[in-house]
Design a protein around this ligand. Structure first.
Ligand code: C2E
Ligand code: MG
Ligand code: MG
Length: 499
């Protein structure tokens, strides 16, 4: 710019430009100076707004995860060195997803803004670790998850006082538009030094403590402790073993026959996953499937089970007439929110030329929470393929009986705890099996009673007209070769109709 102005002056001095040209050039120069100055200030503004964006959460104006982590990392060493208590609170709103699902994302966003205000207001400034602009040491870490650092507390009791105040504040009803909404929070707490000396570790441990608070019933707080540390270690052992089992193809299937309760002829089979070496062998699916669900490996596993079952059916068909045998495959409820599930399922049915009516997918009743509308849409799509559906471990979840009409299921699997109660002296406990059976009759659903372990239980279920039974009294889950022996003795009866 100055070089350009200098050139005009020089040319004017040497009289090589006429007056009009000089005027034009000067006007151009003036405009250019003006625009350049405006541009510079715009760039500065944008720079600071970008810096702000990089630091702040766009919705709440709180710190974002990255800047919160950076600040936490810079404060931890000093706190440890000077023996000061620095507590990280990992706050998660309970059932927030339902607010989004039922009232829409706009209302959900306003609720998050109000909750973040309450968090800031319920903490005294002197308890905060750091403070920038309007966002003190509170951050929005993701969706409905927040982080808060306390630095001026001397004992665990002090922390509890603050946390209780926070929980009370967060659970006051939220007035948004015409709605009065109720949301609680679960809080996990990790202390610098004792529970970690970096922001990442502290965050991971406070998150694990928060998860424990959720499992224990939500609306509460939990300090990180040794037991949780062991659980984390176990979780990561299982996660690594799952990755290894998928890569090394260490899974195989076990088969548990399902019988017509009156004739005790074989009607179907439930396939159950097993692992042939490493820690998964010892843990079993009851333990490793929930970990697979949390870390996202379940999608690979479910498809491995479905495809392996289909391959086995193809093999069985060459030897046996199994057209009337049904195959129950457990799938995770996570598949109901998986957009590709039905498409992949259809592709496998085609590839292996499987009759859809021979396949029943089992979904655990307790896992049917969250986005029910989306889940029901997927269940409907599965039903359209001709595959049937059953609610596994029925009776242990929260399905209101009236809700049963919403699920396009054809079978209820009575949870084995209720079958076990048939032996109980208590009339009240015993009656659960009777109630589920009447319910199934009312909604024209069939019943499979699982976990039949004694003759007495079997007699009771036969008298109740429960259609199908499975359990250790009849068979334990078995390897393919053993199941093949059962098929050999049962094939003639296999043509009997299922319903
Ligand atoms: P589930 O689907 O309810 O399967 C029944 C479980 O109860 C099986 O345990 C079976 O061995 C056990 N069981 C059956 N009858 C009796 C009995 O009379 N007494 C006793 N004590 N136990 C009995 P398993 O194979 O350890 O599976 C546990 C759970 O893991 C399953 O419960 C299911 O929720 C899940 N699971 C198993 N295989 C798969 C799979 O391939 N995919 C998915 N997503 N989940 C699976
Ligand atoms: Mg099952
Ligand atoms: Mg079950």
């Amino acid at each position: 710019m100055s070089c350009c102005a200098g050139t005009i002056c020089m040319l004017a001095l040497f009289n090589s430009l006429d007056q009009i040209t000089i005027a034009r050039l000067s006007l151009g120069l003036g405009l250019s100076i003006f625009f350049n100055a405006s541009f510079a200030s715009l760039v500065n503004q944008q720079k600071s707004s970008l810096e702000k964006e990089a630091m702040e959460d766009y919705l709440t104006g709180l710190l974002n995860r990255r800047s919160f982590n950076l600040r936490l990392d810079s404060e931890i060493p000093g706190a440890i060195k000077h023996n000061k208590i620095l507590a990280l609170l990992y706050i998660d709103l309970d059932n927030f997803k339902q607010i989004n699902d039922n009232y829409g994302h706009d209302i959900g966003d306003i609720l998050l803004q109000q909750a973040s205000k309450r968090m800031q207001l319920s903490i005294r400034p002197e308890d905060m670790l750091f403070s920038i602009s309007k966002a003190p040491s509170v951050a929005r870490l993701a969706g409905d998850e927040f982080g808060l650092v306390l630095s001026n507390t001397n004992t665990a009791h002090d922390i509890e006082l603050v946390v209780n105040r926070l929980l009370n504040k967060l659970e006051e009803p939220y007035s948004i538009n015409t709605f009065k909404l109720n949301v609680n929070a679960s809080i996990g707490i990790a202390i610098a030094g004792k529970d970690g000396s970096t922001a990442d570790v502290l965050m991971k441990n406070a998150d694990a403590a928060m998860y424990k608070a959720k499992v224990d019933g939500k609306k509460r707080y939990q300090f990180f402790n040794e037991v949780i540390a062991e659980k984390i270690a176990e979780y990561s052992t299982i996660e690594t073993a799952l990755q290894n089992a998928i890569a090394e193809k260490l899974f195989y299937l076990n088969y548990m026959p399902i019988y017509h309760s009156n004739s005790l002829e074989i009607a179907g089979v439930e396939v159950l996953i097993r692992c042939n070496s490493g820690p998964l062998c010892e843990y079993g699916p009851e333990k490793f499937i929930p970990v697979a669900e949390r870390c996202g490996l379940i999608f690979d596993i479910d498809f491995w089970v479905i495809e392996s079952t289909f391959q086995q059916i193809v093999e069985m068909r060459e030897e046996f007439d199994i057209d009337e045998l049904f195959f129950c495959i457990n799938i995770s409820a996570k598949e109901l929110l998986n957009k590709n599930f039905v498409m992949k399922l259809n592709a496998l049915l085609d590839e292996y030329n499987i009759q859809a009516k021979q396949i029943e997918l089992e979904i655990t009743e307790t896992s049917l929470v969250g986005d029910l509308d989306k889940s029901v849409i997927t269940l409907e799509k599965i039903k359209e393929t001709g595959i049937t559906l059953s609610l596994d471990d029925f009776g242990t979840g929260y399905t209101a009986f009236s809700q049963l009409t919403r699920y396009p299921v054809s079978t209820l699997k009575i949870d084995r705890s209720f079958v076990n109660d048939i032996e109980s002296g208590s009339e009240k406990k015993r009656s659960m099996v009777d109630i589920i059976s009447s319910l199934a009759n009312l909604y024209e659903l069939s019943i499979i009673a699982e976990g039949v372990e004694t003759k007495h239980q079997l007699d009771y279920l036969q008298n109740l007209d429960c259609q199908y039974v499975q359990g250790y009294y009849l068979n334990k889950p078995m390897a393919w070769l053993e199941f093949r022996e059962i098929l050999i003795t049962n094939v003639p009866s296999m043509r009997s109709s299922r319903y």
